[in-house]
Design a protein around this ligand. Sequence first.
Ligand SMILES: *[C@@H]1O[C@H](CO)[C@@H](O)[C@H](O)[C@H]1NC(C)=O
Ligand SMILES: *[C@@H]1O[C@H](CO)[C@@H](O)[C@H](O)[C@H]1NC(C)=O
Ligand SMILES: *[C@@H]1O[C@H](CO)[C@@H](O)[C@H](O)[C@H]1NC(C)=O
Ligand SMILES: *[C@@H]1O[C@H](CO)[C@@H](O)[C@H](O)[C@H]1NC(C)=O
Ligand SMILES: *[C@@H]1O[C@H](CO)[C@@H](O)[C@H](O)[C@H]1NC(C)=O
Ligand SMILES: *[C@@H]1O[C@H](CO)[C@@H](O)[C@H](O)[C@H]1NC(C)=O
Ligand SMILES: *[C@@H]1O[C@H](CO)[C@@H](O)[C@H](O)[C@H]1NC(C)=O
Ligand SMILES: *[C@@H]1O[C@H](CO)[C@@H](O)[C@H](O)[C@H]1NC(C)=O
Ligand SMILES: *[C@@H]1O[C@H](CO)[C@@H](O)[C@H](O)[C@H]1NC(C)=O
Ligand SMILES: *[C@@H]1O[C@H](CO)[C@@H](O)[C@H](O)[C@H]1NC(C)=O
Length: 454
Amino acid sequence: MAATIAAALAVLPLASGLELPNEVGKLPALGWNSWNAYYCDINQEKILQAANSMIDRGFKDAGYTYINSDDCWSRMDGRDPETHELRPNMTKFPDGIKGTADEIHDMGFKFGIYSSAGTMTCGRYPASLGYEAIDAATFASWGVDYLKYDNCFPPEYWYDDCLSCEVDPSFSPTGIVNGSCTNSTPPVNHYSYDRPIPFCALEWPVDGVNYTAKYTALRFRIMEEALLAQNRTILYSLCEWGVDQPWRWGNQTGSSWRISNDIAFGDTSWPRIVEIINMNSFLSPFADFYGHNDADMLTIGNGNLTSAEVRTHFGLWALMKSPILIGTVVANLTEEEVSVLQNKMLLSFHQDPVFGKPAAPYKWGANPDWTFNNTIPAQYWSGASSNGTMVAMFNPFNETRSMEVDFSEVPQLDGKASYEVVNVWDGSNMGSCEGSVQMDVEAHDTAIVLFTES
Ligand SMILES: *[C@@H]1O[C@H](CO)[C@@H](O)[C@H](O)[C@H]1NC(C)=O
Ligand SMILES: *[C@@H]1O[C@H](CO)[C@@H](O)[C@H](O)[C@H]1NC(C)=O
Ligand SMILES: *[C@@H]1O[C@H](CO)[C@@H](O)[C@H](O)[C@H]1NC(C)=O
Ligand SMILES: *[C@@H]1O[C@H](CO)[C@@H](O)[C@H](O)[C@H]1NC(C)=O
Ligand SMILES: *[C@@H]1O[C@H](CO)[C@@H](O)[C@H](O)[C@H]1NC(C)=O
Ligand SMILES: *[C@@H]1O[C@H](CO)[C@@H](O)[C@H](O)[C@H]1NC(C)=O
Ligand SMILES: *[C@@H]1O[C@H](CO)[C@@H](O)[C@H](O)[C@H]1NC(C)=O
Ligand SMILES: *[C@@H]1O[C@H](CO)[C@@H](O)[C@H](O)[C@H]1NC(C)=O
Ligand SMILES: *[C@@H]1O[C@H](CO)[C@@H](O)[C@H](O)[C@H]1NC(C)=O
Ligand SMILES: *[C@@H]1O[C@H](CO)[C@@H](O)[C@H](O)[C@H]1NC(C)=O
């Protein structure tokens, strides 16, 4: 399995990624998004209320920057018949999107909007495929700072031709499929963009597929070009659900890419949180400054996550350097949830200006290294930061387990006999520790400790 990873890394594109002006997108985004809180039931008042709560409850001061509207902000009955521009639903947004964005800016936040690389958004509102230039210009004129671009409803003529590539159903490490292509006839091109190389061919060294050449990647690149043509910096967040391995082409195209389907439809998000941790545990090599694996918006505050589960959700999202968008009614968060979401050491790791790589597993734990397992994923993670080495111990089991950091196993620790250790959750100093640190980790909890040299 490790050999597969090495092979995958060997074909990582050397081309540099999308670097927006003023370092926008260099670090993973921090903010709020309407979806997990309200789904389609949004309006201007709810979004402004979220922004106010983000100030009142200290999130703005903690570094949270973006207030983003998800789907369902526009008129369902289509574009302006003359200009072909998208139109806000003025019943929901009496001041329009521009007026809402102005108010969000006046509060000191940036404002984000949503569309899809298809004919309709997931909520069946008009979407941007074929209208990329118009929509990017509209968003820029409204003062939009962030675009979440979804993957719903591409028309059939945008489907990739070679649908018979065989996909390994077990989803091997890094999601690699062993493609065996039965039909690589070039498709009829219904768009003005050409695809120079068949994307699906047996000679592909890793998996038979050049994902960068697929129509999916192309649909997202067209919007990238449209955004870059505007006189406004708009962070570009790819919401392609991981289906065409966006970690292979996302860095050139956007600032972040969703690695999987949604985290939650309803209250039962814990099993999905564990699945996402498992999937992302193979993808850390693909992330660095300007390109982030997006593990999806948070569900903290919704449903019934336990305190331990809340720590794991936020703690691992921060260590994986996923964008962190709170997805709940902020006013209703408990004090305990707020303190987790504003943990200074984890936010410093997430926003580190010097170290861009996310934490990665250094050992799986219960399962052998590189095991893909959606209920018992990698348990031991580490990452370098300006302030020292972060190490996390995740307990996916249903009962407390004793877990141990053996210093000699952590790649970032450089063989010193002892380190100063701080417990990241409560800030307590565990003193100077020799050789190893052992902790009892509650069911579904993640112990996180910061190592500095004695
Ligand atoms: C993504 O692109 C940025 C900007 O060019 C670069 O700094 C970073 O190293 C790239 N990420 C990876 C994993 O290569
Ligand atoms: C605008 O939103 C209101 C309230 O949800 C809804 O009743 C109405 O049908 C929407 N109008 C359009 C044109 O989508
Ligand atoms: C992948 O496919 C090639 C040829 O199609 C085959 O030789 C190889 O054994 C396959 N690899 C795996 C891991 O199944
Ligand atoms: C994969 O496709 C992209 C886009 O068409 C192309 O630029 C790139 O060269 C291809 N990769 C290889 C290794 O041929
Ligand atoms: C671009 O925007 C800046 C400020 O946002 C403005 O000063 C400048 O004139 C604009 N340039 C063009 C070509 O519109
Ligand atoms: C949360 O709710 C789901 C669905 O009702 C249930 O399966 C799960 O056991 C609950 N979890 C906790 C920790 O109560
Ligand atoms: C938030 O709390 C208020 C007051 O307790 C309550 O009326 C409201 O239903 C809550 N909202 C959500 C979405 O939980
Ligand atoms: C280092 O830690 C201090 C105290 O938690 C914090 O203020 C600072 O931002 C951190 N610096 C970096 C680069 O992580
Ligand atoms: C996941 O790992 C656990 C612990 O080793 C094991 O009991 C379980 O069968 C594994 N699940 C799958 C689907 O392999
Ligand atoms: C924990 O308990 C839940 C609910 O009973 C069960 O579905 C799950 O498989 C258990 N997880 C482990 C790791 O044993």
